[in-house]
Design a protein around this ligand. Structure first.
Ligand SMILES: Cc1cc2nc3c(=O)[nH]c(=O)nc-3n(C[C@H](O)[C@H](O)[C@H](O)COP(=O)(O)OP(=O)(O)OC[C@H]3O[C@@H](n4cnc5c(N)ncnc54)[C@H](O)[C@@H]3O)c2cc1C
Length: 285
C-alpha cells in the first residue's frame, strides 16, 4: 500500500510527486507515456519561470529525473478505473493494480469529440474499459470503436467473451486480430437505443449491438472513478486541490485553465501538501 498514488506524468504529476517525496511519503506515479505528450510537442517554452527558451522534451526530462532522484516509484501503465477500497483506493491499470491511501489525478485534458448518444448510455451499454466490463456482455454482440492501436488488445479480449464483435478502427489499422472479430469500415455517427444501447449507427450502415466500447487516447476523469464531480469536463476542486471525494485530489490541466506549465506545477505542489495533511488526519482516526 502506497501513501500517495499520482496518476499522470506531466508537470502537475511530477510536481506532486516531488513535493510528496520531500515530505517523505511513499509515492508511486503511474503514467501511460514516458513523457507528457503535451510537453513533448512544445518546441519552445518561453514562460516557465527561470528557464526561458527551454524546449518541452528537455523540460519534461529534467522534471522526471528530479522526481525519480527523490525516490518516486514510476509505473508505465494506463489507469482504467479507481475504486474506494477501505480507507484507501485501488487503481486498476492495464498492466497492474495498485493500492494507495490518497490519490492525485493529473491526467491533463482529453481531446476528442463525443459521439452523439455516448454520454446518455454510459453504464447502459457504453463502456470505456473492456477488461473491466467485458464480462457483462458475455454471449452478446458488441462493437469496439478504437481511436488508438491499444484498442486492439481490448477488442481481442472482447472476442474471448462475446458472441459477436465488430471493430471500427479510426486510425490506419495494420494489426492482426482474432478471426472472431469483424472489421467494420466506417465512422461512428451515433449511439441509439431506448433503455439500453441497441444500435450503433455508422457511416457504413447500422449495427445491432448490446454494447459499444470506446477506446480513446484519454478518458474524462469521471469515467475513472464513480461520483467525481466535474464541470464542463473539468474536475472540480477546492483551493487545496481536493475533489468532492475524500482523499482524492486533482491538479493541472484536468482542473481547468490556464492550460500552462506554471499553473500545473503550482497546483501539483498544493495537491501534494493537501494529500500529506489528509494522510495525517486519517492516521489519527
Ligand atoms: C504544442 C504545445 C505547446 C505548449 N506550449 C506551452 C508553453 O509554451 N508554455 C506553457 O506554459 N504551456 C504550454 N503548453 C501547455 C502545457 O504543455 C500543459 O499545460 C501542461 O503539460 C499541463 O500539464 P499537466 O501535468 O496538467 O498535463 P499533461 O502534461 O497533459 O500530462 C498528463 C499526463 O497524464 C497521463 N495520463 C492521462 N490519463 C492517464 C491515465 N488514465 N493513466 C495514466 N496516465 C494518464 C498522460 O499520459 C500524461 O503523462 C503547450 C502545449 C502544447 C500541446
Amino acid at each position: 500500500m502506497y501513501d500517495i498514488a499520482v496518476v499522470g506524468g506531466g508537470p502537475a504529476g511530477l510536481s506532486a510527486a516531488v513535493n510528496a517525496r520531500q515530505r517523505n511519503k511513499n509515492v508511486v506515479l503511474i503514467a501511460k507515456e514516458d513523457q507528457s505528450s503535451k510537453l513533448a510537442q512544445a518546441h519552445l517554452i518561453d514562460n516557465y519561470l527561470g528557464m526561458p527558451g527551454i524546449n518541452g522534451p528537455e523540460l519534461a526530462r529534467r522534471m522526471k529525473e528530479h522526481a525519480l532522484a527523490l525516490g518516486t516509484i514510476f509505473h508505465k501503465d494506463e489507469i482504467q478505473s479507481i475504486y474506494r477500497d477501505g480507507q484507501g483506493f485501488t487503481l486498476i491499470g492495464r498492466e497492474n493494480a495498485i493500492q494507495a491511501l490518497a490519490v492525485i489525478l493529473t491526467t491533463g485534458i482529453v481531446l476528442g469529440k463525443e459521439i452523439p448518444g455516448e454520454s446518455d448510455f454510459v453504464g447502459r451499454g457504453v463502456s470505456y474499459c473492456a477488461t473491466c466490463d467485458g464480462m457483462f456482455f458475455k454471449g452478446k454482440t458488441v462493437a469496439m470503436i478504437g481511436y488508438i492501436p491499444e484498442a486492439e488488445m481490448e477488442v481481442n479480449f472482447l472476442a474471448e467473451v462475446c458472441q459477436k464483435v465488430y471493430y471500427l478502427p479510426q486510425y490506419s489499422f495494420k494489426g492482426v486480430l482474432s478471426p472472431k472479430i469483424e472489421i467494420w469500415e466506417g465512422k461512428p455517427v451515433s449511439i441509439l437505443g431506448k433503455e439500453k444501447v441497441e444500435t450503433l449507427r455508422t457511416s457504413n450502415g447500422d449495427l445491432a449491438v448490446d454494447g459499444v466500447f470506446i477506446e480513446r487516447a484519454g478518458r474524462p476523469a469521471d469515467q475513472l472513478i464513480e461520483g467525481l464531480q466535474m464541470v464542463n469536463g473539468l474536475i472540480l476542486t477546492d483551493l487545496e486541490q481536493m475533489t468532492n471525494l475524500s482523499g482524492l485530489f486533482a491538479a493541472g490541466d484536468c482542473t481547468g485553465k490556464p492550460w500552462q506549465i506554471n499553473k500545473a506545477v503550482g497546483q501539483g505542489q498544493i495537491a501534494a501538501l493537501a494529500a500529506v495533511q489528509y494522510l495525517e488526519t486519517i492516521a489519527d482516526t
